[in-house]
Design a protein around this ligand. Structure first.
Ligand code: FE2
Length: 187
């Protein structure tokens, strides 16, 4: 099964992505381009016309890009707190750029998994995203964070960046699930 094709974003696509996900501008230039290209490739593979119409899940209309922004902003708040209050090895093990890339890209496979039902039993959420990140040449640590971030992942590496990503992701996800009268992860 072909899940996606590796594309380079056109000018219009790039502007749309950077307007809706301005957090990408926080990355250095080369990473910005790679990030826009991988987001563009996932969007085009979804078959959805407008970027803002990509959804968080099959069960809600909540836009995926808002969940991504919430996850990035919450994750960076947790990082700021840790840097201010915990001057220890836990905090020192965090690479700010790697964490930011993982926060932005953790759900990179969702446009495909959510909008193409035929992929449902084909590949696990996170695994496809990690394959895509590898294809685009992202750092091994970003790939691992994407691969294992889902609460359903059989492997959950206990490190500081994974903790921040998980708490930020589920903080936003539970808000969306509860708005929709569905059960959150936190019970
Ligand atoms: Fe997420």
């Amino acid at each position: 099964m072909m899940f996606y094709r590796k594309l380079e974003a056109d000018k219009e696509g790039r502007e749309t992505i950077l307007t809706l996900l301005p957090v990408i501008r926080g990355l250095e230039e080369e990473l910005q381009k790679k990030t826009v290209d991988i987001v563009f490739s996932a969007w085009k593979a979804s078959g959805v016309g407008k970027f803002e119409d990509l959804r968080f899940s099959r069960h809600t209309e909540y836009p995926l890009y808002l969940h991504i922004l919430e996850t990035v902003e919450t994750g960076m708040m947790l990082l700021e707190y840790a840097k201010e209050h915990w001057k220890d090895e836990w905090t020192e093990s965090i690479d700010e750029s790697i964490l930011l890339q993982a926060l932005i890209l953790h759900d990179i496979d969702k446009p495909i998994i959510v909008h193409r039902p035929e992929t449902e039993n084909g590949i696990a959420h996170g695994v496809l995203g990690a394959m895509m990140a590898r294809d685009f040449g992202f750092d091994e640590r970003v790939i691992s964070l994407i691969a294992c971030h889902s609460p359903k992942s059989p492997v959950r590496p206990g490190n500081a960046m994974m903790q921040i990503l998980s708490y930020a992701d589920l903080f936003s996800a539970d808000h969306i699930l509860l708005l929709d009268s569905r059960k959150g992860f936190f019970q």
